[in-house]
Design a protein around this ligand. Structure first.
Ligand code: ADP
Length: 500
């Protein structure tokens, strides 16, 4: 280039309205490019940087514009290293300047950059920047932007300053390791990397953070990757809401709820226990009173009856035996309940014939059913043999039969057995008072009764125990009934006990 041409370029350089700077790369000891040194700048650059060329030339870009500008300085370094020209937006927080930078490599290790000052550009752009700034500043959640390469902060809003307890000047150009304990910084950084690598938004419901002035806080954070025109991540946008108070309120609410439930459960427990004690006392008292009266009568009968009046004794003893049986059944039910509460019922299984079990139970209650006016109709398959605990299966039959006698007095009772695949089915059908649909679901629960205590005796435990025994055998029990049209209880027992 001759002297004249050089002068022409110089004039153009000096008179162009855009800031222009020529830089060379600055390396660390390991030859990694870390900064830029100004070789030449024009007057427009002086104007927009508000510094004289003499102050700038020879100085590094970081020295001149501060660490807060690291992000765009790194982009120029990138151009110098790769040789790929680039145009991008930049913000210099120190001078509150917005630029468009167009950078290109002039020769190895040197890079030129043209700065279009958009801070002072058209009023439209200014308005757009200011609008964006005030939106970001006024959002009550922390907003931060990190550059993708080193995850250094390039933008930080007011809510973020208030939350973390640092001024943005302290934060910009730094990364998490400069402010947070290593484990916390590792956590944040790993999430940031995941967002940038996956190029997908990430929502962190609860992010614990140690702040300088407000102590430990919990944030709800969204991290969003910002991609360049080629689709590569260049920034990471973070939006964090401080949910500490919300979480504390939720925790208190939960705790109150738990306390309330515990209190209600305790109250229900006390009520159930009180009801239970009163029912049990009443039920045990009835046969006891009868027995006491009968035994009180004994001496008088002995004294007044000639020795051949043994029918009277016979009747008295028969009736006493019934009361003893009733007493003993109640105590058995109570024992079963405590066994069930302590764990499951232990079965002593063996091959058992269902008909034989039923016949044994019927023998015990034939007289009762006759007294109640219940004709027993049997429809039994005598070949059904299952691996069951015969005493417990007998208890099932007895419970269903005594209920049928109690609630279906005066009408026939039908007992039938059949096979259904690998199961035996027992059905006990009466034509008594029946059970309304809403009660059908609960009568298998403890202490649940669908009849008045005064009219029918009982603890409301028989069906509960029956269901426990059926389930211990791997079977199921259900009822079909209509009010005043009788009830049929179906029990299905697997022929072979399934391994649990
Ligand atoms: P209990 O007979 O001692 O009350 P159960 O657990 O055997 O207790 O029965 C629970 C309730 O189911 C009974 O109180 C009664 O309301 C109802 N129930 C049971 N069997 C029959 C039946 N065969 N017919 C009508 N209601 C019945």
């Amino acid at each position: 280039m001759d002297k004249k041409e050089a002068e022409r370029y110089r004039t153009l350089f000096e008179t162009m309205s855009e800031g222009f700077a020529l830089h060379e790369l600055v390396y660390d000891e390991s030859r990694n490019p870390i900064d830029l040194r100004y070789l030449d700048v024009n007057q427009a650059f002086e104007r927009c940087s508000k510094m004289k060329a003499a102050e700038i030339v020879g100085k590094s870009a970081i020295e001149t514009f501060g660490a807060a500008s690291r992000q765009w300085i790194d982009r120029i370094i990138q151009v110098a290293v790769s040789g790929d020209a680039a145009r991008f937006a930049a913000f210099c927080p120190e001078h509150q300047l917005h630029f468009e930078i167009s950078a290109y490599r002039t020769e190895p290790g040197r890079v030129a950059a043209v700065f279009f000052d958009v801070t002072e550009a058209s009023s439209d752009i200014r308005y757009a920047y200011r609008f964006l700034d005030s939106v970001v500043e006024n959002i009550p959640d922390m907003i931060f932007v990190k550059e993708a390469k080193d995850l250094r902060f390039v933008r930080f809003n007011k809510a973020g300053e208030d939350l973390l307890g640092y001024k943005r000047e302290d934060l910009i150009g730094k990364n998490d390791y400069d402010f947070f304990p290593k484990t916390e910084a590792d956590f944040f950084t790993s999430k940031d990397r995941a967002v940038l690598d996956g190029k997908k938004l990430l929502e962190i419901d609860e992010e614990p953070i140690k702040t300088r002035l407000k102590g430990p806080r919990i944030l709800h954070t969204k991290k969003i990757p910002i991609l360049d025109e080629k689709g590569d991540p260049i920034y990471l946008l973070g939006i964090s809401e401080d949910v500490t108070e919300k979480k504390q309120a939720e925790a208190i609410k939960q705790q109150l709820l738990h306390e309330q439930i515990a209190k209600e459960e305790a109250q229900t427990g006390i009520r159930v226990r009180d009801d239970f004690i009163s029912i049990v006392s009443h039920e045990l008292k009835t046969p006891l009173t009868a027995l006491t009266m009968q035994f009180q009568m004994l001496p008088r009968i002995l004294k007044n009856t000639p020795f051949d009046g043994k029918e009277k004794f016979f009747e008295l003893f028969q009736s006493s035996i019934k009361q003893f049986e009733r007493f003993s059944k109640l105590v058995d039910e109570l024992l079963d309940i405590s066994r069930i509460s302590a764990g499951r019922i232990v079965l002593e299984t063996q091959d058992s014939n269902l008909s034989s079990i039923i016949t044994r139970a019927l023998d015990l209650y034939r007289a009762d059913s006759e007294r109640a006016g219940c004709n027993l109709v049997l429809n039994l398959d005598s070949t059904i043999v299952g691996c069951w605990d015969p005493t417990r299966v007998e208890q099932i039959v007895v419970n269903l039969l005594t209920n049928a006698i109690k609630y279906g007095a005066g009408k026939p009772i039908e007992i039938s057995t059949s096979r259904n695949g690998d199961n035996a089915v027992l059905a006990v059908k009466d034509q008594g008072i029946g059970i309304c649909p809403t009660d059908q679901a609960k009568i298998f629960d403890r202490f649940e009764r669908a009849v008045p205590v005064t009219r029918y005796s009982g603890l409301g435990l028989g069906l509960y125990i029956t269901r426990e025994i059926v389930q211990a055998h791997g079977g199921m029990i259900r009822v079909e009934s209509e009010l005043e049209k009788g009830a049929t209880f179906f029990v299905e027992l697997p022929l072979k006990l399934k391994a649990k």
